[in-house]
Design a protein around this ligand. Structure first.
Ligand code: ZN
Length: 260
């Protein structure tokens, strides 16, 4: 299974993958039927399995992808944070969700239906999104949103500092957001090199063919330099070991940004 997923991710074009994932992954999930002891549960969709499917471009991670809603470890951590630690679902703040994680958008969209216009999705090109723009130049007025969710974008963007300033600009004073990126804490400083453009070289150096940098322990500082106050939270550590195993949570930190 691991090899099959690795092969598919590397050799099948992404649009085709997106089209077949809808049925192929749940079918694969049938082989992962729930076992009472040592099983896993997806907090996003509620499905239970023996374990999650492996997933990853270079080296597939075991126990990562929910066969039902396609959530990954970081999506499950994010969903738990949003639902347990914020008032997103109860206060219906005006929310801008950039490059929306499909498994999470599927919940938020119907949930916000009673509050039209309060939940807006955006992407560079995805037809699923309401707005289409480059995050380095957001076509929205200053202080026009209460909440911004923008994950796993900054490592792809040429001028990430400008993109972070744009997120800060469109947020209302008093607003908050979640801005996550892959961070390798073994690096003290973010490593980036604009001269590396070859996809194979980027995979070798940055871990994925379209990544431009590896953020280090200074990631929160970069967000602060854009004007935010930042809470750097080891959120998985607030769960018991049994819960971390049940939901297959990553050790990733949550970066919660605030505009004062
Ligand atoms: Zn799920």
């Amino acid at each position: 299974m691991k090899q099959l997923i690795k092969f598919s991710l590397n050799h099948i074009p992404r649009p085709v993958l997106q089209r077949i994932a809808g049925w192929a992954v749940p079918v694969a999930g049938l082989f992962y039927k729930y076992r009472r002891r040592g099983g896993v549960e997806c907090p996003v969709c509620g499905a239970k399995y023996r374990k999650f499917l492996p997933y990853g471009y270079v080296q597939p991670r075991p126990n990562a992808l929910c066969p039902k809603c396609l959530s990954l470890e970081r999506h499950r951590l994010l969903w738990l944070y949003l639902t347990r630690e914020t008032d997103l679902l109860t206060a219906f703040p005006r929310t801008l969700h950039i490059a929306p994680e499909v498994c999470i958008m599927r919940h938020l969209k119907p949930h916000f239906k009673s509050h039209p216009g309060q939940y807006v999705t955006a992407d560079l090109e995805s037809p699923l999104a309401d707005l289409h723009f480059d995050v380095q130049q957001i076509p929205l007025a200053d202080g026009s949103v209460d909440v911004v969710i923008c994950n796993h974008i900054m490592e792809h963007v040429a001028d990430d500092r400008r993109a972070m300033r744009e997120l800060h600009r469109v947020l209302k004073p008093g607003g908050w957001g979640i801005v996550l990126s892959p961070v390798d804490r073994d690096y003290e400083q973010t490593y980036e090199d604009d001269s590396i453009t070859d996809p194979d070289e980027r995979t070798r150096i940055f871990g994925q063919y379209d990544h431009r940098r590896i953020y280090g322990a200074d990631y929160a500082d970069r967000l602060r330099q854009a004007g935010f106050q930042v809470a750097d939270i080891d959120y998985a550590a607030t769960f018991t070991e049994a819960e971390r195993r049940l939901y297959a949570l990553p050790a990733d930190h949550m970066y919660v940004v605030y505009k004062v």
